[in-house]
Structures are given as structure tokens and as C-alpha cells.
Design a protein around this ligand. Sequence first.
Ligand SMILES: [Zn+2]
Length: 136
Amino acid sequence: MQSNWQNKIIQFMRGRYGVFDPLNKMLLILTAILLILNLFTAIPLLGLLPLLLLVLVYYRFFSKRIYVRSNENQKYLRWQNKVKNFFKLKKEAVQNRKTYAYFHCPHCKKALRAPKGKGKIKVTCSQCQQQFTKKV
Ligand SMILES: [Zn+2]
């Protein structure tokens, strides 16, 4: 048998988002960073920001608009993936800088690479199939 307060919590959480998603996790990390920053700086508005972020985290957690919150999180994940890929590619470009030239497709902006030192080459984009010449 469930105690009264457990029932109350279950009642309260019914139909609410109630997920500690990656977006909320990132917001909490941001809150922690801002709190630490506040120890060293005395910018008035910066002191309020962690509180606002915390309110936002709670608001999202207890929100009844589950689809809206879920969409926000999906958007955040897509953005996070883009950032991750960007740095992964930069790291790879540095590691292979002697053997590969890295560039973007002028039509669709896809990141491409070709072996270095071949002179002027004809490149076919693997994504949009457009052709262009590139000096590598
Ligand atoms: Zn392309």
C-alpha cells in the first residue's frame, strides 16, 4: 500500500514532463559555472542568472507541455551534435594536416577532405554530387 504523500506526488507528476533530459543537465552545469563565476566577480545581473536558470530547469521538469519540452531537448541535442562534430573534424584536420586537405563543398557546405599535394583536382561532393575543382 502506498502512503499518502507518495500518492500525492504521483498525482502531481501525472501528465508532466518529469524527465531530467540532457538540456536540463546542461542548464544545471551552466548554473554551477555561473555560481562559481559569481564568487570571483561582482556583476549584479550575473548573480540573478543562476537563479533564473534554476527556475527554468524546474519549470521544464514540471511542465505539462511534454511535446514542447521534448522538442526543445531534441533541438538542443541536434545543436550539441553539430558542435561535437565541428570539434571532432577540427581535431582530425590537425592530426592529418600533413596528408589531407580539408575544405567545404561550395554548394552544400559539407566538410570534405582530399589527399594533399595532388595539385588541382576535380572533386565530387559526396552529399550533393556537385563537382568543383580544388587545389590541394
Ligand atoms: Zn555538396
